[in-house]
Design a protein around this ligand. Structure first.
Ligand code: MRU
Length: 352
């Protein structure tokens, strides 16, 4: 079962726009109530936008950072790429420090550095082309993963997803949400459930809005309703994205993913991770070595600016967790599907 997907219908949102002079970011702090692009005129503005979640999602922050390097280049005079690389390094470091967990950020900056050091007098054009290539390759990878991931899902299935892994989190189409888009288009998926994703509500605000643009009507659930939903028999797959996939297949993703994987295994459901190869980090042996971002505890005290927690309470706000590879049935990248991932299977797929 496969159809040629109508990408004009299923892939219209673009969170990152390069104008030639500046970077425009669809402000994900305000969606879905305000649809507004903010303009970043320099690389520090891009770093701040990444840190503040104006742009978010592992592939999207890598792409934004690559354009941040292009912006940084505007204020540097250099005779060749190697000279420029030295002068640009402080800006690259500030971009890299914006968020710690998604490896796509460091990966994109490493790509920009790599092309720069061998570039000649045309080093600015080389940077422009590389940033565009990073974005173009991400879109192509997502479309490929959509087909590969959807093929794993039996017709008329229900799926549960977490956070936002769609066009908003990527160059377009999305990772887990790309699989869901393809699965719906092919008739494999007839029910989509989206967890709210407290505290930032990427599911309730972003995933629901994105799917609605495509004419797909998801059912929103409280994060705490997931096990009860699984027990009902209405879902067969949990499909999520990733911020970093380690050499043994352990996967960091939005906080709450780990408990979904545990509950899925308990209920006999399948668990799929969908991410481009830019999210694979073969240098990190296992999930224990991943730096998990902890954000301001204040994010837990209020919803939409209205305080919901009692006064004078302390809070802990880790925003990612690690799903051990034993709980993952399939990792889908644009290079193919790794079933029951472990260190050996990862090595075959990605080398050492
Ligand atoms: O904090 P966020 O919103 O950047 O977290 C995003 C996620 O955890 C996504 O699931 C992940 O980046 C994959 S996006 C294709």
């Amino acid at each position: 079962m496969s159809t040629t997907l109508d990408f004009d219908r299923y892939d219209r949102i673009r969170p990152i726009r390069w104008t030639g002079d500046s970077l425009e970011l669809l402000d994900q702090r305000k969606l879905p109530f305000v649809v507004e692009y903010v303009t970043c005129a320099d690389s520090d503005a891009v770093a701040e936008a990444i840190h503040a979640l104006t742009v978010r999602g592992a592939p999207a922050i890598g792409i934004a950072a690559a354009w941040g390097v292009v912006l940084a280049a505007r204020s540097v005079e250099a005779a060749n790429g190697n000279d420029a690389a030295t002068k640009l390094e402080p800006a690259l470091q500030r971009l890299n420090a914006a968020r710690p967990t998604a490896v796509n950020l460091a990966w994109a900056l490493a790509r920009m550095r790599r092309v720069l050091v061998t570039a000649g007098a045309d080093w600015r054009d080389v940077l422009d082309r590389e940033a565009q290539a990073i974005a173009d390759e991400d879109l192509a990878a997502n479309r490929r993963m959509g087909a590969l991931g959807a093929a794993l899902i039996e017709p008329r299935s229900g799926v549960l997803t977490h956070c936002n892994t769609g066009s908003l989190a990527t160059a377009g189409f999305g990772t887990a949400l790309g699989v869901i888009r393809a699965g719906v288009a092919e008739g494999r998926i007839d029910k989509v459930f989206a967890g709210e994703t407290r505290p930032w509500l990427q599911g309730a605000r972003l995933t629901v809005w994105e799917l609605q643009q495509d004419g797909i009507s998801p059912t929103l659930i409280a994060d705490s309703a997931a096990s009860h939903l699984m027990k009902s028999g209405d879902v067969q797959w949990v499909v999520v994205g990733a911020d970093r996939i380690c050499a043994n297949g352990d996967t960091a993703n939005k906080i709450g993913t780990y408990q979904l994987a545990i509950a899925a295994r308990h209920h006999g459901l399948k668990f799929m991770v969908v991410a481009p190869s830019s999210t694979v980090d073969m240098e990190t042996p296992s999930g224990d070595a991943i730096h998990i971002e902890e954000r301001d505890p204040g994010e837990l005290f209020a919803v939409g600016g209205v305080r919901t927690a009692a006064q004078d309470v302390g809070a802990w706000n880790p925003v990612f967790d690690v799903t051990p590879h034993e709980l993952i049935d399939a990792i889908v990248t644009e290079r193919g599907v790794i079933e029951r991932p472990d260190a050996a299977a990862m090595k075959v797929a990605f080398g050492s």
